[in-house]
Design a protein around this ligand. Structure first.
Ligand code: SAM
Length: 267
């Protein structure tokens, strides 16, 4: 059976379209999202409404951001959804999520994300972290492992440090390719990201933290000293109490923040 016959829409590869069709998985994700009217509920990439419909059924209003104009047109004409949805056609990467926040109501953001934009999209959403209660995303399983990794493991990297700086990260559910139409080539997983209300390790300049982690993880096989030598000297590493002979994946989030704050103070 072709995708078109099955879905009534031809899945577009360039928009990362793999539609959820497994009702058991859909129910479990909606349970994890736990939709309510006390938050501004926001879905990224509603597609054919696999998650949109059960979430919208549970609440008064749902905001969606969808890039594909054909899918937007379908949602606008949807008999039961059209009155409940606040539809924004456009690129979620460029979308100003702060415009959705209302007095006293933070956002809950969720989506089965197009895998080609998932990392930049999470970085974009971290900029609105203070206005977000939680986020639930379907991602490549490998990305969920990176988000939730511990120091000293292969999966630990720049994405781990930046995600765990902003959020508590909890893997929720693994999802096999057969739960989607068409099936993706990789395993997927759902993750819950809860932005800290009070950051455990506050950073004076997040741009500096981003720059420092990018530089530190540039060459994973090299030592911290080697990767950061133009930013932090041996004496300064000693002052910070950080062993500069370690590899970047052996350094904790707290230590990355301490280094970033040190560089900010020095400037
Ligand atoms: N939520 C649906 C589901 O679970 O079946 C669709 C998921 S599909 C993996 C990703 C959806 O994101 C598609 O509807 C696609 O058109 C949309 N999309 C792709 N790139 C986007 C972007 N940059 N901004 C907003 N939506 C995007």
């Amino acid at each position: 059976m072709s995708n078109k016959v099955h879905l009534g829409h031809t899945a577009r590869k360039r928009f990362g379209q793999n539609f959820l069709t497994d009702h058991n998985v859909i129910n479990r994700i909606v349970g994890a999202i736990s939709p309510d009217n006390d938050h501004v509920m926001v879905e990224i990439g509603p597609g054919l409404a696999a998650l949109t419909e059960p979430v919208a059924n549970a609440i008064d209003k749902l905001t969606v951001v969808e890039l594909d104009k054909d899918l937007v047109a379908r949602l606008q004409e949807h008999p039961t959804l059209k009155d409940k949805l606040d539809i924004h056609q456009g690129d979620a990467l460029q979308f100003d999520f702060s415009q959705l926040v209302e007095e006293g109501r933070q956002m809950k953001v969720f989506g089965n994300l197009p895998y080609n934009i998932s990392t930049p999209l999470m970085f974009h959403l971290f900029e609105f972290a203070e206005q977000i209660e939680n986020m639930h995303f379907m991602l490549q399983k490998e990305v969920v492992l990176r988000l939730s990794a511990s120091p000293g493991t292969k999966a630990y990297g720049r994405l781990t440090v930046m995600a765990q700086y902003h959020c508590q990260v909890m893997p929720v559910l693994e999802v096999p390719p057969g739960s989607f139409t068409p099936p993706p080539k990789v395993d997927s997983a759902v993750v819950r990201l809860v932005p800290y209300k009070v950051k455990p390790w506050p950073c004076k300049d997040v741009d500096q933290l981003r720059h420092l982690t990018t530089t530190a993880f540039n060459m994973r096989r090299k030592t911290l000293r080697n990767n950061l030598k133009h930013m932090i000297s041996d004496e300064e590493f000693a002052q910070l109490g950080i062993d500069a002979t370690l590899r970047p994946e052996q350094i904790t989030v707290e230590q990355y923040v301490a280094m970033a704050n040190f560089v900010v103070d020095k400037q």
